[in-house]
Ligand binder design. Structure first.
Ligand SMILES: Cc1ncc(COP(=O)(O)O)c(C=O)c1O
Length: 274
């Protein structure tokens, strides 16, 4: 299973990073997950742009995007026969002392791919008791410090749900662990604004461009009270929410969700790098 590491394509059992890598020691890094269909990455330009923005937000040196693009081509080229896969680009601060301060080593860059099952037809979600801090230094950045998401997803799984939903410190709807949220009330489609602290999802942005929706703060309770709702994300595209905290939504999938999903599927098929 080849992986790409710092410019080289290697068998995964020969790829090595230091035990002093700051990504491992304190989660000091950024990443992207990209959908790959038969060797074709989806929306690679947008993902690399966001990776650069996350690195800048974390105060890391700018990653070499041309080098990463070539790395992506090398990895996906080795797996052309796989129908659906997730490609992961990880860039960390590199080797550093054993603490929060950074070293002066070059960045570590890794690109790996794993086969992926198609998303389920719908998803059950649970609102978790912890909040996203929309005022924090990491708000809106896709960093490798995802343990909060791991904890939240495990909590949701204990409630029988497959995605965890966070409110922010103001009690407003924010996002899932790896997803953005859209809510339909009457005939209005609404998603939280980026100021709510959510990630600027690539799928979210494409839904806004291709289908349109209002970006407005909503109390987190609006999700369970919605007529219909859906998640967006790289590994799910547009996925209808079936129930929230164990209560069924009125319409699954509702007419607005179905329409958005159809438009997304059509437009994405037309343009692999929209
Ligand atoms: C915290 C978080 N929110 C939202 C998303 C959805 O973003 P995208 O559509 O770019 O996958 C992701 C996944 O990347 C995420 O990790």
């Amino acid at each position: 299973m080849p992986v790409w590491i710092n410019g080289e394509l290697l068998p995964d059992n020969e790829a090595r990073i230091s035990v002093f890598d700051h990504g491992l020691v304190v989660g000091d890094g950024v990443f992207e997950t990209i959908k790959v269909t038969y060797g074709q990455p989806f929306a690679l330009t947008r993902h690399l742009t966001r990776l650069a923005a996350s690195a800048a937000g974390l105060g890391l040196p700018a990653p070499d995007l041309d080098g990463l693009w070539a790395g992506v081509e090398a990895v996906v080229g080795a797996y052309r026969g796989i129908a659906l896969a997730r490609l992961r680009i990880t860039v960390t601060a590199g080797v550093a002392p054993l603490g929060s301060e950074r070293g002066d080593s070059p960045l570590t860059a890794v690109i790996a791919l794993a086969e992926q099952r198609p998303p389920a037809d719908f998803v059950d979600v649970a609102v978790v008791p912890w909040t996203r801090n929309e005022h924090g230094a990491m708000a809106g950045l896709k960093t490798t410090s995802y343990a909060e998401n791991v904890r939240a997803l495990a909590f949701a799984a204990q409630q029988g749900a497959a995605e965890a939903i966070f409110a922010n410190t103001a009690g407003n709807l924010c996002e899932g662990t790896g997803t953005n949220v859209f809510v339909v009330t009457g005939d209005r489609l609404v998603t939280p604004p980026l100021s709510a602290g959510c990630l600027a999802g690539v799928t979210r942005a494409l839904v806004l461009e291709w289908a349109g929706a209002a970006e407005e703060d909503l109390p987190v309770g609006a999700l369970a009270a919605a007529d219909e709702a859906f998640l967006t994300g790289t590994t799910r595209d547009v996925q209808p929410i079936r129930n929230v905290n164990g209560s069924l939504l009125a319409s699954v999938p509702g007419p607005v969700t179905r329409k958005v999903s159809d438009v997304f599927g059509m437009r994405a098929a037309e343009s692999p790098d929209p």
